[in-house]
Design a binder for this molecule. Structure first.
Ligand SMILES: [Zn+2]
Ligand SMILES: [Zn+2]
Length: 298
Protein backbone atom coordinates (compact mmCIF):
# COMPACT_ATOMS: atom_id res chain seq x y z
CA UNK A 1 0.00 0.00 0.00
CA UNK A 2 1.12 3.52 -0.75
CA UNK A 3 0.45 6.49 1.49
CA UNK A 4 0.93 10.04 0.24
CA UNK A 5 0.84 12.88 2.73
CA UNK A 6 -1.01 15.39 0.56
CA UNK A 7 -1.12 18.02 3.29
CA UNK A 8 0.80 18.16 6.54
CA UNK A 9 -0.03 21.57 7.99
CA UNK A 10 -2.57 22.90 10.45
CA UNK A 11 -5.23 25.61 10.66
CA UNK A 12 -3.43 28.70 9.36
CA UNK A 13 -2.55 29.26 5.70
CA UNK A 14 1.06 28.17 5.28
CA UNK A 15 3.14 28.72 2.13
CA UNK A 16 5.00 25.46 2.72
CA UNK A 17 2.27 23.08 3.83
CA UNK A 18 -1.24 22.30 2.70
CA UNK A 19 -3.80 21.35 5.32
CA UNK A 20 -4.34 17.82 6.56
CA UNK A 21 -5.11 15.21 3.93
CA UNK A 22 -3.71 11.71 3.47
CA UNK A 23 -4.20 9.51 0.45
CA UNK A 24 -4.02 5.75 1.01
CA UNK A 25 -3.73 3.72 -2.19
CA UNK A 26 -3.88 -0.05 -2.04
CA UNK A 27 -1.88 -2.26 -4.40
CA UNK A 28 -5.21 -2.87 -6.17
CA UNK A 29 -5.25 0.84 -7.09
CA UNK A 30 -8.22 1.69 -4.86
CA UNK A 31 -7.93 5.07 -3.13
CA UNK A 32 -9.08 6.02 0.36
CA UNK A 33 -8.77 9.69 1.32
CA UNK A 34 -8.37 10.54 5.00
CA UNK A 35 -9.46 14.14 5.62
CA UNK A 36 -9.65 16.80 2.96
CA UNK A 37 -7.95 19.98 4.09
CA UNK A 38 -7.19 22.86 1.78
CA UNK A 39 -4.90 22.00 -1.12
CA UNK A 40 -5.70 18.29 -1.33
CA UNK A 41 -6.91 18.38 -4.93
CA UNK A 42 -3.86 20.10 -6.36
CA UNK A 43 -1.60 17.86 -4.32
CA UNK A 44 -3.33 14.83 -5.85
CA UNK A 45 -2.56 16.19 -9.29
CA UNK A 46 1.08 16.63 -8.26
CA UNK A 47 1.06 13.03 -6.95
CA UNK A 48 -0.19 11.79 -10.34
CA UNK A 49 -3.64 10.84 -9.04
CA UNK A 50 -6.82 12.05 -10.70
CA UNK A 51 -9.40 13.52 -8.32
CA UNK A 52 -11.95 11.64 -10.44
CA UNK A 53 -10.55 8.37 -9.11
CA UNK A 54 -10.79 9.29 -5.42
CA UNK A 55 -14.28 8.14 -4.53
CA UNK A 56 -14.06 7.26 -0.84
CA UNK A 57 -13.46 10.06 1.62
CA UNK A 58 -13.27 9.67 5.39
CA UNK A 59 -13.37 12.63 7.77
CA UNK A 60 -11.99 12.56 11.33
CA UNK A 61 -13.64 15.81 12.46
CA UNK A 62 -15.12 18.95 11.02
CA UNK A 63 -12.46 21.55 11.75
CA UNK A 64 -11.94 23.52 8.55
CA UNK A 65 -8.34 22.38 8.12
CA UNK A 66 -9.67 18.83 7.61
CA UNK A 67 -12.65 19.54 5.33
CA UNK A 68 -12.18 22.88 3.54
CA UNK A 69 -11.18 21.26 0.25
CA UNK A 70 -14.14 18.90 -0.04
CA UNK A 71 -16.27 21.07 -2.36
CA UNK A 72 -13.39 21.75 -4.74
CA UNK A 73 -12.37 18.08 -4.76
CA UNK A 74 -15.89 16.92 -5.63
CA UNK A 75 -16.44 19.63 -8.25
CA UNK A 76 -13.04 18.75 -9.77
CA UNK A 77 -13.95 15.06 -9.88
CA UNK A 78 -17.23 15.99 -11.59
CA UNK A 79 -15.41 18.08 -14.19
CA UNK A 80 -12.87 15.32 -14.72
CA UNK A 81 -15.73 12.95 -15.58
CA UNK A 82 -15.86 10.80 -12.50
CA UNK A 83 -18.51 8.10 -12.57
CA UNK A 84 -20.94 7.50 -9.71
CA UNK A 85 -21.60 9.26 -6.43
CA UNK A 86 -18.59 9.63 -4.13
CA UNK A 87 -18.76 8.13 -0.66
CA UNK A 88 -18.22 10.62 2.17
CA UNK A 89 -18.01 9.10 5.64
CA UNK A 90 -17.78 11.51 8.55
CA UNK A 91 -18.84 12.29 12.09
CA UNK A 92 -22.14 13.86 13.13
CA UNK A 93 -22.58 17.12 11.21
CA UNK A 94 -21.15 15.77 7.95
CA UNK A 95 -24.59 15.46 6.32
CA UNK A 96 -25.37 19.07 7.17
CA UNK A 97 -22.01 20.26 5.86
CA UNK A 98 -22.18 18.34 2.58
CA UNK A 99 -25.93 18.95 2.20
CA UNK A 100 -25.35 22.69 2.05
CA UNK A 101 -22.64 22.55 -0.62
CA UNK A 102 -24.15 21.83 -4.01
CA UNK A 103 -27.79 21.89 -5.23
CA UNK A 104 -29.54 24.57 -3.18
CA UNK A 105 -26.35 25.26 -1.27
CA UNK A 106 -23.22 27.40 -1.43
CA UNK A 107 -22.28 26.21 -4.93
CA UNK A 108 -25.82 26.12 -6.30
CA UNK A 109 -25.12 28.69 -9.04
CA UNK A 110 -22.01 26.81 -10.09
CA UNK A 111 -23.94 23.55 -10.15
CA UNK A 112 -26.80 24.95 -12.22
CA UNK A 113 -24.54 26.82 -14.63
CA UNK A 114 -22.20 23.94 -15.18
CA UNK A 115 -24.89 21.27 -15.47
CA UNK A 116 -26.34 23.30 -18.33
CA UNK A 117 -23.84 21.45 -20.52
CA UNK A 118 -24.45 17.94 -21.71
CA UNK A 119 -21.05 16.62 -20.68
CA UNK A 120 -21.72 17.65 -17.08
CA UNK A 121 -25.27 16.33 -17.16
CA UNK A 122 -23.92 12.85 -17.78
CA UNK A 123 -22.52 12.53 -14.29
CA UNK A 124 -24.42 14.90 -12.00
CA UNK A 125 -24.49 12.06 -9.46
CA UNK A 126 -20.93 13.19 -8.70
CA UNK A 127 -22.54 16.21 -7.00
CA UNK A 128 -24.84 14.04 -4.90
CA UNK A 129 -22.43 12.34 -2.52
CA UNK A 130 -23.42 9.25 -0.60
CA UNK A 131 -22.93 10.66 2.90
CA UNK A 132 -22.73 8.28 5.81
CA UNK A 133 -22.43 9.66 9.30
CA UNK A 134 -20.99 7.74 12.18
CA UNK A 135 -21.87 8.83 15.70
CA UNK A 136 -19.59 6.65 17.77
CA UNK A 137 -16.42 4.62 17.42
CA UNK A 138 -16.37 1.26 15.67
CA UNK A 139 -16.11 -0.02 12.12
CA UNK A 140 -17.18 2.77 9.76
CA UNK A 141 -16.27 1.13 6.47
CA UNK A 142 -15.54 -2.35 5.29
CA UNK A 143 -15.10 -3.73 1.79
CA UNK A 144 -13.21 -6.66 0.31
CA UNK A 145 -9.91 -4.78 0.62
CA UNK A 146 -10.03 -2.69 3.76
CA UNK A 147 -11.57 -2.20 7.17
CA UNK A 148 -11.61 1.27 8.73
CA UNK A 149 -12.36 1.63 12.42
CA UNK A 150 -13.02 5.02 14.02
CA UNK A 151 -11.77 5.60 17.54
CA UNK A 152 -13.00 8.61 19.49
CA UNK A 153 -10.21 10.97 20.53
CA UNK A 154 -10.05 14.10 22.69
CA UNK A 155 -9.83 17.32 20.69
CA UNK A 156 -12.97 19.53 20.46
CA UNK A 157 -15.24 19.95 23.50
CA UNK A 158 -17.61 16.94 23.20
CA UNK A 159 -20.72 19.10 23.62
CA UNK A 160 -19.70 20.91 20.40
CA UNK A 161 -18.51 17.92 18.36
CA UNK A 162 -16.90 14.55 18.69
CA UNK A 163 -13.58 13.81 16.99
CA UNK A 164 -12.06 10.57 15.84
CA UNK A 165 -8.92 8.86 14.65
CA UNK A 166 -8.83 5.98 12.18
CA UNK A 167 -7.34 2.52 12.24
CA UNK A 168 -7.02 1.14 8.73
CA UNK A 169 -6.47 -2.57 8.18
CA UNK A 170 -5.53 -3.61 4.66
CA UNK A 171 -3.14 -6.02 2.97
CA UNK A 172 -2.32 -7.55 6.35
CA UNK A 173 -1.04 -4.21 7.67
CA UNK A 174 -2.35 -1.66 10.15
CA UNK A 175 -2.06 2.08 9.58
CA UNK A 176 -3.29 4.30 12.39
CA UNK A 177 -4.08 7.99 11.95
CA UNK A 178 -4.76 10.09 15.04
CA UNK A 179 -6.75 12.89 13.47
CA UNK A 180 -6.31 15.78 15.94
CA UNK A 181 -6.12 14.95 19.63
CA UNK A 182 -4.54 15.64 22.94
CA UNK A 183 -3.32 12.54 24.78
CA UNK A 184 -6.17 10.23 25.79
CA UNK A 185 -6.48 6.49 26.57
CA UNK A 186 -8.15 5.72 23.23
CA UNK A 187 -5.04 6.75 21.31
CA UNK A 188 -3.31 3.67 22.74
CA UNK A 189 -6.19 1.56 21.41
CA UNK A 190 -5.88 3.28 18.04
CA UNK A 191 -2.12 2.85 17.77
CA UNK A 192 -1.64 -0.60 19.32
CA UNK A 193 0.99 -2.58 17.34
CA UNK A 194 0.42 -0.45 14.21
CA UNK A 195 2.80 -0.98 11.31
CA UNK A 196 2.63 2.77 10.80
CA UNK A 197 1.33 5.45 13.14
CA UNK A 198 0.62 8.81 11.52
CA UNK A 199 0.05 11.11 14.44
CA UNK A 200 -0.56 14.79 14.86
CA UNK A 201 2.25 16.69 16.57
CA UNK A 202 1.17 20.25 16.10
CA UNK A 203 3.57 22.11 18.35
CA UNK A 204 7.05 21.68 19.80
CA UNK A 205 7.37 21.56 23.59
CA UNK A 206 8.47 25.20 23.49
CA UNK A 207 5.32 26.21 21.58
CA UNK A 208 3.09 24.09 23.83
CA UNK A 209 4.60 25.80 26.86
CA UNK A 210 4.01 29.24 25.33
CA UNK A 211 0.36 28.41 24.62
CA UNK A 212 -0.17 27.04 28.11
CA UNK A 213 1.44 30.11 29.70
CA UNK A 214 -0.28 32.69 27.53
CA UNK A 215 -3.69 31.03 27.65
CA UNK A 216 -4.03 31.58 23.90
CA UNK A 217 -6.31 29.11 22.19
CA UNK A 218 -6.61 25.53 23.32
CA UNK A 219 -3.91 22.98 23.91
CA UNK A 220 -5.95 20.23 22.29
CA UNK A 221 -2.91 18.63 20.72
CA UNK A 222 -0.18 16.11 21.48
CA UNK A 223 3.34 17.29 22.29
CA UNK A 224 6.49 15.54 21.01
CA UNK A 225 7.25 14.04 24.44
CA UNK A 226 3.68 12.80 24.76
CA UNK A 227 3.83 11.34 21.24
CA UNK A 228 7.08 9.54 21.99
CA UNK A 229 5.53 7.96 25.07
CA UNK A 230 2.46 6.86 23.11
CA UNK A 231 4.45 5.34 20.23
CA UNK A 232 6.66 3.41 22.65
CA UNK A 233 3.86 2.10 24.88
CA UNK A 234 1.66 1.18 21.89
CA UNK A 235 4.56 -0.70 20.25
CA UNK A 236 4.21 0.99 16.86
CA UNK A 237 6.69 -0.09 14.19
CA UNK A 238 7.24 3.34 12.66
CA UNK A 239 6.03 6.83 13.36
CA UNK A 240 5.27 9.87 11.25
CA UNK A 241 4.51 13.17 12.96
CA UNK A 242 2.21 15.45 10.99
CA UNK A 243 -0.25 18.38 11.35
CA UNK A 244 2.75 20.63 11.90
CA UNK A 245 1.44 23.88 13.35
CA UNK A 246 3.65 26.31 11.45
CA UNK A 247 6.41 25.98 14.07
CA UNK A 248 8.99 25.56 11.29
CA UNK A 249 7.76 28.39 9.10
CA UNK A 250 9.96 31.20 7.86
CA UNK A 251 7.01 32.99 6.28
CA UNK A 252 7.22 36.74 6.91
CA UNK A 253 3.42 36.92 6.71
CA UNK A 254 2.94 34.27 9.39
CA UNK A 255 5.61 35.87 11.52
CA UNK A 256 3.85 39.22 11.24
CA UNK A 257 0.29 37.99 11.56
CA UNK A 258 0.26 34.93 13.81
CA UNK A 259 1.61 36.55 16.96
CA UNK A 260 -1.68 36.16 18.79
CA UNK A 261 -1.51 32.40 18.42
CA UNK A 262 2.15 31.50 18.28
CA UNK A 263 5.52 32.65 19.67
CA UNK A 264 6.50 33.88 16.20
CA UNK A 265 10.03 34.92 17.19
CA UNK A 266 10.75 31.25 17.96
CA UNK A 267 9.48 29.93 14.62
CA UNK A 268 11.96 28.20 12.30
CA UNK A 269 13.21 24.86 11.02
CA UNK A 270 15.17 24.24 14.23
CA UNK A 271 11.83 23.53 15.90
CA UNK A 272 11.58 20.30 13.89
CA UNK A 273 14.97 19.20 15.25
CA UNK A 274 13.71 19.79 18.78
CA UNK A 275 10.52 17.84 18.05
CA UNK A 276 12.42 14.82 16.72
CA UNK A 277 14.83 14.94 19.64
CA UNK A 278 11.95 14.96 22.12
CA UNK A 279 10.04 12.14 20.38
CA UNK A 280 13.22 10.07 20.22
CA UNK A 281 13.90 10.57 23.92
CA UNK A 282 10.95 8.24 24.54
CA UNK A 283 10.56 6.16 21.34
CA UNK A 284 13.36 4.11 19.81
CA UNK A 285 11.67 3.23 16.49
CA UNK A 286 11.93 5.09 13.18
CA UNK A 287 10.57 8.65 13.32
CA UNK A 288 9.95 11.07 10.49
CA UNK A 289 8.42 14.52 10.36
CA UNK A 290 5.90 14.65 7.51
CA UNK A 291 6.25 17.03 4.61
CA UNK A 292 3.81 17.62 1.78
CA UNK A 293 3.82 14.88 -0.85
CA UNK A 294 5.89 12.57 1.35
CA UNK A 295 5.33 9.02 0.17
CA UNK A 296 5.43 5.94 2.40
CA UNK A 297 5.23 2.41 1.06
CA UNK A 298 4.46 -0.32 3.55
ZN1 LIG B 1 -6.39 20.20 12.47
ZN1 LIG C 1 -8.83 19.95 14.69
Amino acid sequence: MKIVMLGTGAALPDPDRCQTSILVTLDSGEHYLLDCGHGATRQMMRANVSPADVKRIFLTHLHHDHIAELPFLLISAWMLNTVGAPLVVGPAGTSRFVGHLFEGGAFDVDFRARSHYRARQENTEAMRPDVREYTSGGIIHEDEDVRITAVEVDHIEPDIARCYGFRIEAEGKVVAFSGDSKPCPNLAVLARDADLLIHECTFSEEFMEHRRRSGVGTVAHTSPLELGSLAASANVKQLIATHIGHVDSLSPVLKRAAGKHLPVEQMGPHQLDAMVRDIRSRYAGPVRIAHDLMRIDI
